[in-house]
Design a protein. Structure first.
Length: 148
């Protein structure tokens, strides 16, 4: 890819479960997107990554192409991360896809009220989970057009 800033294609995976993160990365790897994924383990680390603070102070604040966000996170929950993303000019238009095990109506309503772009309940079955992530990765990281 000549003259392409790889940060413009970066995917941020916010997932505390090593098992779910591994499945997600395997599915994205099948679509040749895994090398562009940065995984963080909790909401606090996600905010540091997004806003170039703490352990990511040298990263800058260029937003990722898409954020794959779990809701049930340690330290700072996914809803709070979504609020922070939407309330900051630098990240307000960054696509956020909630990828969670929560099928609760309250979580779904809260996320859409806060401006999430998509809400996906993680399928329990391995093949269905793999296929869902593969499709969402292709759409959000490659096919979807974002504001430069």
């Amino acid at each position: 890819m000549p003259d392409v800033d790889l940060r413009a294609l970066e995917v941020l995976l916010v997932e505390d479960s090593d098992e779910d993160a591994e499945l997600t990365l395997r599915a994205l790897k099948k679509r040749r997107l895994a090398n562009l994924v940065h995984r963080v383990h909790d909401g606090e680390e996600a905010l540091e990554f997004l806003f170039g603070s703490g352990r990511y102070a040298d990263r800058g604040t260029s937003p990722p192409r898409v954020v794959l966000l779990d809701l049930k996170l340690p330290k700072v929950g996914g809803i709070e991360v979504l609020k922070a993303i939407r309330s900051d000019e630098r990240t307000a238009r960054t696509p956020v896809v909630v990828l969670t095990s929560s099928a609760e109506d309250r979580d779904l309503n809260d996320c859409y009220r806060l401006g999430v772009n998509s809400y996906i309940v993680k399928p329990v079955e391995f093949d269905a989970f793999f296929q869902a992530v593969e499709q969402l990765g292709l759409y959000w990281a490659v096919l979807n057009r974002t504001v430069p």
